[in-house]
Design a protein around this ligand. Structure first.
Ligand code: ADP
Length: 465
């Protein structure tokens, strides 16, 4: 069974509040009851001592028992719930509350017992008696026996206080539960609303509406991250969709030009307009080679991008590889009068030398292609503990800022002139990127129109120094 975030959160808030209220009630009841009991027991002792003191003082002052004074003390004690009995040193009764007013004594004990039973039906207490000696001039002159309901009892005021306390606890508990329910529902609403919006947007994205976005910003960190991620996802999918559509158009475009040339040449020859001589056939052959080359590059790219790409890793020096590549491009740079500069020391890395070489060739050939005559190309190899950085920098045409995010996409050409003679097929950088990424590396680019371009290939060394 699945519960909504709202009901789960509200329920957990209520549960926490319930547990807290219960705990507080139990603790309060136990703690307060204990304190209250102690207080009442001490109070009882204090009152008993006071009565004994009063009776002792009376004897000491007069040297004999004064019935009137003792009766006063005894009646006073009776009103406070204590049954006093005074005996002289011979054990004869001087004054006895039960004799004075037995009815009131019985009624009082009964009332106390009823009070305690109403407080706790399993109450185990009962009537108790304590005997205290009366001393005058270091002689025992008699005893005071104090009877009370023990070990303690609650009078009407005490019971009213306890009941008021419990009522306060009940009200506080009720208010806490209500508040918990309200806060829980409110919090849940605040949390679930943006999530619901994210779900709606994600559904729209899954249906192909890639321009759907979650507009609201959430103050909850995780929800903010979720919103940003879904928006990024939509953007990436949107970009992919545009590229996918463009890819089909681009493949068609790339193939159409040579195929159209080929078709018109062949038709002209079939119709007898052109003689099928060696020159014409050679031009047709060149177009076929161009188409074949393009298809070959696409095949290669598909292979490099496939999961099955096998890397034949060997240890080699990146600087030595760059020198070798430069040697094969020497004539090209010389023809365009481009100055070449290389700075680098030995940097050993473990990787597929041929594939890394292929990626670097694509960068170097681009530098040669997009640097005008008399320009300059700088290459560099550097490394730290774990990575090797190879840079290819030119002072050529540069790439417009808006094209930079797309130049690694297949068939993308910044110049858009689609001049296949200068611009190539637009696959070179895509291939370079997949080959370097197969080595867990990355390719970065920095460029400014009119100033030049720098590509950096960063590859993990894969070897310990
Ligand atoms: P292409 O075969 O067109 O060179 P790439 O994938 O190698 O294809 O490059 C894609 C696009 O990036 C190029 O068409 C070009 O516009 C731009 N580009 C690549 N390298 C450079 C460079 N060194 N200087 C200026 N523009 C470049």
């Amino acid at each position: 069974m699945k519960f909504s975030l709202r009901s789960k959160l509200s329920l957990s808030y209520v549960l926490v509040a319930l547990v807290c209220v219960l705990l507080i009630s139990i603790l309060m009841n136990n703690f307060l009851e204990k304190q209250f009991q102690d207080y009442i027991i001490k109070n009882q002792e204090r009152k008993s001592n006071e009565i004994v003191q009063l009776i002792s003082r009376q004897f000491r002052e007069k040297g004999t028992w004064d019935d009137m004074v003792i009766e006063n003390i005894g009646v006073n004690a009776l009103e406070q719930g204590m049954i006093v009995k005074v005996r002289n040193s011979a054990g004869e009764t001087v004054w006895d509350a039960t004799v004075h007013n037995n009815g009131m004594c019985m009624q009082m004990i009964e009332h106390m017992s009823r009070n305690m039973m109403s407080y706790n039906p399993n109450w185990q207490g009962g009537y108790m008696e304590n005997t205290h000696p009366v001393v005058s001039d270091f002689k025992n002159v008699g005893t005071v026996q104090i009877g009370y309901y023990g070990p303690y009892y609650f009078n009407d005021t005490d019971l009213a206080f306890i009941s008021a306390l419990n009522n306060v606890l009940l009200v506080v508990g009720g208010i806490s539960l209500l508040l918990a329910l309200l806060t829980g529902t409110l919090m849940a609403k605040r949390l679930s609303q943006p999530i619901s919006r994210v779900i709606t947007t994600a559904r729209m994205i899954s249906k192909g509406y890639y321009d759907a976005r979650v507009a609201e910003k959430s103050s909850t960190k995780e929800i903010g991250q979720l919103t940003d991620t879904v928006n990024d996802l939509a953007e990436t999918l949107g970009k992919q969709e545009v590229l996918r559509k463009r890819l089909t158009g681009d493949v068609a475009h790339e193939l159409r030009t040579p195929l159209a040339t080929l078709q018109s040449h062949l038709e002209a020859m079939i119709d007898g307009i052109w003689a099928a001589d060696a020159d014409r056939l050679k031009s047709c052959h060149e177009e076929v080679i161009r188409i074949n080359g393009l298809v070959g590059e696409l095949e290669r790219l598909a292979h490099y991008e496939s999961e099955k790409l096998v890397l034949n890793r060997t240890r080699f020096d990146a600087s030595e590889l760059i020198r070798q590549i430069l040697k094969s491009y020497e004539i090209e740079f010389l023809n365009k009068n481009i100055k070449i500069e290389f700075i680098g020391k030995e940097e050993i890395l473990l990787g597929d030398r041929d594939k890394i070489s292929q990626a670097l060739i694509n960068l170097v050939s681009n530098a040669a292609k997009y640097t005008p005559e008399g320009g300059q190309v700088q290459l560099g190899v550097s490394g730290d503990g774990c990575e090797v950085t190879i840079s290819v920098r030119d002072n050529g045409a540069g790439i417009p800022e808006e094209d930079i995010p797309f130049i690694f996409e297949r068939f993308y050409r910044a110049d858009k002139s689609r001049n296949r003679m200068t611009g190539g097929s637009g696959i070179g950088l895509t291939i370079a990127k997949s080959l370097i990424e197969a080595h867990k590396g990355r390719v970065t680019v920095q460029s400014k129109v009119g100033e030049g371009t720098e590509f950096r290939v960063i590859i993990p060394k894969g070897v310990k120094e």
